[in-house]
Each structure stands twice: as structure tokens, then as C-alpha cells.
Design a protein around this ligand. Sequence first.
Ligand SMILES: [Zn+2]
Ligand SMILES: [Zn+2]
Length: 187
Amino acid sequence: MKKTRVEGISCPKGCRELKYKSEMTRQSVVLLLIGVFCLLMSISFLSNDSVQEDSSLNKFEVALGLLGVSSVCIFIALRLEKLTRLKCEKCLGVMVESKQIDMLLKDNANYVREKLKNSVNNSEHDCPDCAEKMRKFDLRMSDPGVDLIAVIRPHKIKEIDGCFGCDLIWLDLGEEGLIQGWNVVQR
Ligand SMILES: [Zn+2]
Ligand SMILES: [Zn+2]
């Protein structure tokens, strides 16, 4: 079972206490955008008098349909689980905890955990949870959406710190790509 934290944890770099930040996952943002788009479409349909009355589709029916799609999208987007992470406001590093690792990395979560488990290199930072030295490992990543040129573009290799025992990873500023939907290249 996951233990509950009594007090806050501080930045491994010793800056200050980390603050919880919640944000929507990519799926939620996409759904929300679709929802808002449909809402706007339905409004523009209703307010547009130039739509021919003799067209096969009644504009109210179209608007109603769009409104339906819109509300479903927005409803789901707001119900989807938010991504919570601990962020240092000074160095902008981010601590990602157990459950969030799964949400972020999905199929790659266990690959990353395995890398962390097998790592023998000590990080410069202590784990803010158990105060042991964290371990570091290299992670090969590619930018999403550039799969076509990924062949000629070298993958970025980022050094990630983490604590296997506490099941958390620490991302420095610049490693945040990992939580912005970058693809982990398993190699
Ligand atoms: Zn910091
Ligand atoms: Zn730890």
C-alpha cells in the first residue's frame, strides 16, 4: 500500500519544498478542444441565417447533434484523471510518483522501472522520500510527430534520476519532454 505523506517533500536539489501541480492529460486536452470546437460549430450553425432552409438537414438538428457531441466530450475531458506531479518552482524540476509514472509512460513504465532498478550509477541527488542516493540512467527518447525524420535525426538521450524503492523519478528542467508525450525508445 502506498504510504500517505505527512509532510511535504523538498526538491532533491535542495531548493525548497515541492508543490503539487495538477494538469490535464493530453487526451483530456484533445477531448476538451473537440468539445469546444463542436460547441462553437453548433452556435455558428444556429446564428447563421444563410444556411438554406431547404437543405436536407435541418440546421437545428445539426446544431443539436454538435451540442450533444460537445457536451459528451467536455464531460469526459473533465472526468478523466488529472496528471499530478510535484514541481519545484525554483529549478523547475519535476518529481513523478508511482501512479503518475504509469499514466505518463504507459507501456514504457516497466521498461523505465527496470532501467532504474538495474542502474548502478548514483545520482548527485538524494531521494527526497527515503533520503538514500537516487540512481541515474539514460533514456533514449524521440520527439512525437517526427517519426518520419526520426530515422535521420538522432534520438535524444536524457539522463534521468530516480529511486526504485520509492518508485519515483526526478526530471530536471529539459527532461520534461518525457512528460510532454515524448516517445521512449526501448533499445
Ligand atoms: Zn529545485
Ligand atoms: Zn527513495
